[in-house]
Design a protein around this ligand. Sequence first.
Ligand SMILES: Nc1ncnc2c1ncn2[C@@H]1O[C@H](COP(=O)(O)OP(=O)(O)OP(=O)(O)O)[C@@H](O)[C@H]1O
Ligand SMILES: [Mg+2]
Length: 319
Amino acid sequence: MIQVENVSKRFPKTQADAVQPTSFTVAAGEFITILGTSGSGKTTLMKMINRLYEPTTGTIYINGQDTRQMDVNVLRRRIGYVIQQHGLFEHWTVAQNIATVCQILKWDKAKIAQRVDETLRLVQLDPDQYRNRHPHQLSGGEQQRVGIARALAADPDILLMDEPFGAVDAVNRATLQDEIQQIQRQTHKTIIFVTHDIDEALKLGDRTMLFRSGVIQQFATQDELFLQPANDFVADFLKVHDQVTQWRYIHAGSLVQTWQAAAHTPTIDPVAADQPLAVVVEHFLKAPATSVTVVDVPHQRCGELTLADLARLAEAPSC
Ligand SMILES: Nc1ncnc2c1ncn2[C@@H]1O[C@H](COP(=O)(O)OP(=O)(O)OP(=O)(O)O)[C@@H](O)[C@H]1O
Ligand SMILES: [Mg+2]
């Protein structure tokens, strides 16, 4: 678990805090994403967690331990760090790059070789094909994969990822997103992931934090952000009033729960609670009906949605 308590950062010779006093908690095994405008303090916040920057005020605890009391090298080995420009050493092979932290920890050769192959497989690269290549012999997406493998090699509990897929094309980016999601499910790492891409943030994050001028605007689940945006900035940033956006991002089950829609007689096939509203709209278009039943897994009715409910959503005040 990561607890950030009243943490702020003021760089020397500057007039304002890059990060204003900020508090939040990330549970062990949680995947959180951070969105925000450029210069809003996202990277600064991340770098305070692994002490690349020391906070000006406040305290960060990892599993209850004050990070200031920890040896900084020990702390950084427990936290994998992935950045946009992968940061691989060009004159080292893929295997040597991945082994960096394991070497520092003085693991024996056989254990390191085994771990290099394991992490390469984890990021979907065939060890026999890739371990002896140099970074310039890899595509951008492959370089990012090796960067992730390196961050995972010493099996840290926490991964900090600062726009890791920012320089990767859309197709490879979608694949990498699926892979990091898969890795997180397999390894239960706690992940903090910064991105400029709203789709990416919402797809990957159990919760998403919206940052502006060094201040958290809202830190919530996708449905909470869209159904209860904290302020106009959040509403505008995510376009929560745009109907197609609502249909895409709000899950049918959340809307039923939020409004506790009245019961109607179901007339067409039910929609699963974890489907976006777009699927509900599709149902109405396919077969005219007064309402669509929303069911939870396994097939328990949790409520009804009508076309009027969807229209009401467009009119609902944001905050
Ligand atoms: N070493 C530094 N010295 C002085 N000011 C800094 C330093 N690093 C960052 N800043 C300032 O702190 C603010 C936050 O920067 P930060 O890099 O955290 O933003 P960011 O949200 O990561 O932006 P981006 O999305 O562009 O990466 C900016 O105004 C930046 O100019
Ligand atoms: Mg940044």
